[in-house]
Design a protein around this ligand. Structure first.
Ligand code: HAM
Length: 440
């Protein structure tokens, strides 16, 4: 019996897998220009890491953790996000004692949330993100936001909307939480079960409620901007001023509080509407967090970070009018004429591969026409035909699959000619594309 995918997961195949790789390469490259270095942490962590940091009032911890007891009776969770793991690793490896601050790290990989699957929402999805640990001024927050913005520009997503808010410092949040408690108290009996619990654990989470009736009540709730401490307001205004100076468009979103408990001060999200003008939710988000390093046993260091959801980035990018699928490319398609020529064809393919040419070989004993069809599907630039005659004469027949030109190459000249052929072919391709473009 065929076994189906686990709900909320998806296979990443062919063009899409190439798209993932390309996006990751771009995200890494831009992060490296900002001085970030890669970190890889385990997919499994002690559950406590997330309950203590992402927070017991968050949906992620309350409902979405893939949590299990391992054979040693330890409570383990498949990471629902990276930030907590990166800070744990920073503390465990005492990077604060051995590296210059701020430590700037980027990461990429799968995360797991037992969410309700829908468009752009999976149970296993991929994130790319950065964490700047040891932020000493609002310039560091700005740097992280600009890095995210530059990544999206490098990906060709230039209609990005940055939604930004501040959830203030501790003093701000203490006063604001009291105001929210007071405001929601008369309505809470009419609100959803989750909100009832949120009121006890963390009333800020009520602002994220997706239930229509509750959203109406939330609309009239006190706004955090009216509770900001002097310090929190100054910091936020300074960031906005800098964004204005760099002419980066943003929208202040009073209701943006983010779904994770560790944030303080500035929080932000990147939104890009799809081609029907509909937002698929944030394609990335992040913010400043002040206490995580200390809570996990390190020194008092403030941080800022962000993560992108790669599936959402890909969905949006695919819709861009100029988007082209990244197709499989092959330099040489080696075609043995009959099984008896597999051995020689294999030697030729191996030599080409050792020269770093993308080389396919047909070892399926196919007719020449069937092999040409395969070469076409593999987008091969050249067919390399090897039959009895060619073996006897120590040559191969080379056919340029774009111009259809065919010629012989001596085996001992194959490697020196291969480079020239591929370079020439790339020029021909460019020329053809320019010509097609002019015709259109
Ligand atoms: P987050 O907003 O929970 O933040 O997730 C970041 C991004 O992951 C979202 O903007 C979205 O694109 C994507 N995402 C979230 N849930 C799903 C889902 N179920 N399916 C597909 N994509 C999804 C964080 O995870 C924080 N750690 C970000 C951060 C880094 N804050 C500071 N440093």
């Amino acid at each position: 019996m065929e076994i189906k995918l686990a709900k909320g997961t998806h296979d990443i195949l062919y063009d899409e897998a190439r798209e993932f790789s390309e996006i990751e390469i771009i995200m890494r490259a831009v992060s490296e220009t900002f001085g970030y270095e890669e970190i890889r942490t385990p997919i499994i962590e002690h559950s406590e890491l997330f309950t203590r940091t992402v927070g017991e009032s968050s949906d992620i911890v309350r409902k979405e953790m893939y949590e299990f007891l391992d054979k040693g009776n330890r409570l383990i969770t498949l990471r629902p996000e990276f930030t907590a793991s990166i800070v744990r690793s920073f503390v465990n490896n005492k990077l604060y004692a051995t590296k210059d601050l701020p430590v700037k790290l980027y990461y990429c990989g799968p995360v797991f949330r037992y969410d309700r699957p829908q468009a752009g929402r999976y149970r296993q999805f991929n994130q790319f993100g950065v964490e700047l640990i040891g932020a000493s001024s609002y310039f560091h927050d700005l740097e992280v936001m600009m890095l995210g913005y530059n990544i999206l520009l490098a990906l060709g997503l230039d209609n990005v909307e940055i939604r930004i808010n501040t959830i203030g410092d501790e003093e701000t949040r203490k006063n604001y939480v009291n105001a929210l408690k007071e405001y929601f108290a008369p309505f809470i009996d009419t609100m959803c079960g989750d909100c009832k619990e949120r009121l006890k654990l963390n009333p800020l989470r009520i602002l994220d409620c997706k239930v229509e009736h509750d959203k109406e009540i939330v609309k009239k709730a006190p706004k955090i901007k009216d509770y900001l401490s002097k310090n929190a307001k100054e910091q936020f205004d300074s960031i906005l001023e800098m964004l204005d100076e760099y002419e980066i468009k943003y929208v202040i979103d009073d209701e943006l509080v983010r779904g994770l408990d560790y944030y303080s001060n500035v929080v932000f999200e990147y939104h890009v509407a799809n081609n029907k003008g509909k937002s698929l939710g944030a394609i990335g988000g992040g913010g400043h967090y002040a206490n995580l390093v200390e809570e996990l046993g390190g020194p008092k260091l403030e941080c800022c970070g962000l993560s992108f959801g790669l599936e959402r980035v890909i969905n949006i990018r695919k819709e861009a009018p100029e988007h082209k699928d990244i197709i499989k490319e092959t330099d040489f398609y080696v075609m043995p004429l009959g099984k008896e020529n597999f051995y020689n064809a294999y030697i030729v393919a191996t030599a080409l591969r050792s020269g770093c040419f993308i080389t396919e070989i047909c070892l399926e004993d196919k007719s020449l026409s069937a092999m040409f069809k395969r070469a076409e599907r593999a987008n091969a630039k050249f067919a390399v035909i090897i039959g009895d005659d060619e073996v006897n004469k120590d040559i191969v027949i080379m056919k340029n699959l774009l111009t259809k030109e065919q010629f012989e190459i001596k085996l001992d000249e194959l490697m020196s000619k291969a480079d020239e052929l591929i370079d020439g072919c790339i020029e021909e391709h460019t020329h053809h594309e320019e010509h097609d473009y002019e015709k259109n």
